[in-house]
Design a protein around this ligand. Structure first.
Ligand code: AMP
Ligand code: MG
Length: 347
């Protein structure tokens, strides 16, 4: 069965193929369908594979896409005037802004990673990422007309940023007017957590693997009891994998790489992960970092943080959080935690 979904603006199409698998169970027949689809949301590609015990499984697939659209539009986007981040960014330092309970929880984790990473992870880099125009870059762009931001502008933006300038008292956040939150480094991970919650409330979904840009969620157990296989993209050979992980149960796997979004000018690559100490793309020697954690927001935040920190401090940070990390440096040397080594089936 094929199903095409035309989105509001008619730009996106959803291709859904449903494979029916009939499993015998107990005294009656229990049907499990494997359904897959690819679509775009949150400015990235979303791929879903669900194992569902009912026939109208496209409802769940659409529910997930709607959840992602709403997460972007109502909560995380700094561009959409309807979003909570937009409201926080435009709130007054004096009167503050009353956070939703979810946003308060996200910011608590975000603050913790900012502290533990010594500021390598800092969502207040919004003005800096705005100066670079990261949001406007296509995935890979070679353009000679690209202009680097002026040094003075970057320095001024850096001076204005820093999570320490934010005050959170209970539900109230007070933020200096010039600070702009950019939750791009945790958005896909938060999405994994929200999708997992949605799935856990839906008894008919027994298992799923969903990739949202650089983050992947595995959920439940496949009907045949086999493990999830999650590929890590080769950072320098498009379409090839550098490693494959084998996991059982619920996990979030996030990768930050300098190949995901960048511009090239005069033979030099400017990528999208900023070192908050310099205002320039992080130059820690690493080109790809993958984190495996039970929490999506943590896996996403820590992949960005470790990328900026580099190999040694990155390994330390991952160990502090008890997550697994896989890092690749410029010469394609690989470094990882012991637990990660045990998850690899192909390297
Ligand atoms: P990711 O691909 O998850 O590593 O996230 C990168 C995105 O997070 C960028 O496109 C920026 O929007 C934002 N960002 C860049 N550098 C940082 C940083 N050091 N801390 C927090 N967010 C960042
Ligand atoms: Mg991230």
């Amino acid at each position: 069965m094929k199903y095409i979904r035309q989105k509001r603006n008619g730009l996106y199409m959803l291709l859904l193929s449903v494979v029916m698998m009939v499993l015998a169970g107990g005294c009656g027949m229990k049907k499990t369908e494997k359904v897959t689809c690819a679509d775009t949301a949150m400015g990235t590609i979303v791929q879903q594979t669900l194992y569902v015990q009912r026939e109208n499984s496209e409802i769940t697939l659409n529910e997930i896409m709607e959840l992602l659209d709403s997460l972007e539009k109502d909560t995380l986007s700094w561009r959409e005037e309807t979003s909570e981040v937009y409201s926080i960014n435009s709130s007054s330092e004096h009167t503050g802004y009353v956070l939703s309970e979810k946003m308060r929880q996200y910011l608590e984790i975000i603050r913790d990673v900012w502290m533990q990473s010594n500021g390598a992870f800092d969502v207040t880099v919004g003005e800096v990422t705005g100066l670079w125009g990261i949001d406007e870059w296509q995935q890979k762009e070679v353009c000679d007309y690209f202009q680097l931001p002026a040094v003075e502008e970057l320095q001024a933006a850096l001076k204005n940023s820093g999570f320490e300038k934010i005050k959170i008292e209970g539900k109230q956040i007070y933020m200096p007017a010039h600070i702009q939150l950019d939750l791009g480094a945790v958005g896909k991970g938060i999405a994994c957590d929200e999708v997992r919650t949605l799935l856990s409330e839906n008894e008919s979904v027994t298992a799923a693997v969903i990739s949202i840009g650089g983050s992947v969620l595995t959920y439940g157990e496949k009907p045949d009891g086999s493990s999830w296989k999650v590929a890590i993209q080769h950072p320098r050979i498009e379409g090839e994998t550098i490693a494959v992980l084998q996991l059982k149960g619920d996990w979030s796997i996030s990768t930050s790489g300098d190949y995901e979004r960048y511009v090239e000018k005069d033979g030099k690559r400017y990528h999208h992960i900023i070192d908050p100490k310099t205002g320039y793309p992080a130059d820690s020697g690493l080109i790809s970092v993958t984190i495996v954690s039970e929490s999506g927001i943590l896996s996403d935040a820590l992949s960005t943080a470790c990328f900026v920190l580099g190999k040694d401090a990155g390994l330390e940070l991952a160990e502090e959080y008890g997550v697994q990390v896989y890092m690749v440096d410029k010469d394609l040397n690989v470094y990882m935690t012991e637990g990660m080594d045990k998850l690899l089936v192909l390297r």
